[in-house]
Design a protein around this ligand. Sequence first.
Ligand code: NAD
Length: 364
Amino acid sequence: MNFKIAVLAGDGIGKEVTDWAVQVLRAVGDQFQHSFTFEDGLIGHAAIEATGNPLPEATLTTCRSADAVLLGAVGHPMYDLDPTLKVRPEQGLLRLRKSLGLYSNIRPIRIFDELLSASSLKPEVLRGADILFYRELTGGIYFGERGRSEDRSAAYDTKSYSRMEVERIARQAFEAAAGRRGRLHSVDKANVLESSRLWREVVQELSGEYPNVEVIHMYVDNAAMQLIRDPRQFDVVLTGNMFGDILTDEASQIAGSLGMLPSASVGDAIGLYEPVHGSAPDIAGQDKANPMATILSAALMLNSAFGLKEESECVIGAVESVLAQGYRTGDIRQTDTPADMVLGTTAIGKAILAALAKRFAPQL
Ligand code: NAD
């Protein structure tokens, strides 16, 4: 099969990590006889430097004509130091999400056995945790009407959801649960919020179409507690924008490190696949970045954008086997990791490629 992938490396460690994800995709393409073609585009600070625009029209055209977009990260310290700068790297990412109509943010949270001790939670609580979050991305309180009273002594934000907004992401979550362990937690605050009552109503109605998926409605305060108490009870979690923002950050601690967390933002057409972490300017250009979150984002792309499940599992398996061999990058180094097992970006990238080659030809 032929797939075109737009690659937006962005800023900081973006290029270091996307380069390795591209190499992994090329290796998968060669093995499974898919033709992946890659087209680069500018975004973020790099795009501002080159064109004055954080999302040049040429980049948008490249993305629109692709089957999927792979993104590194955007951000540069000069903007963090001066919040008054009007043209900013993150505008590029926000515009891209809006232009591609990406309403659903997908985050797999999974702990690799080898990293159990890197998390702040107890290994016996974490072992086997494997959660897939669906967070609504374009509605809810972050996009509702807001304002101040005339004397500016009071303020309000409104949260609203339409049936259509709930239904389109809920369908994605149901489909995902049907292909996994068949369990869907829908997280809301229906005991207090009217928008949550609509959310629950729509999810409940859809459940009739998915008899093999068990639906559990859970209040967000309880969900925040249950995630830490017993993360293994969750399979797919579906929730709104703000609740999802908070819960996915909480859940990121289950995976141990930012450097391990992939994500996807999808709508009805082209999806955007990117690591959860930022541009990490503190380690950029030093061969210290962990490329695994981006490589796992490529695995997510293979499965969810292209329907290539076996290929996706090969990539995840290669990452797992490198961890099982004891190799670590600095961010996931444990106190007992020997110094010679701590690798830089290039060496861990090569180790993952070698592990992939071994999966393809186990007799070697
Ligand atoms: P960050 O995620 O870039 O870094 C936080 C810490 O984690 C740093 O110490 C960094 O070195 C480390 N880290 C992150 N990714 C790593 C990796 N792959 N391997 C090893 N270590 C890693 O967050 P920040 O420092 O708050 O932000 C830095 C810049 O990134 C800012 O300009 C911010 O606006 C931007 N940012 C962009 C995105 C995005 O593009 N989606 C997301 C978050 C932050």
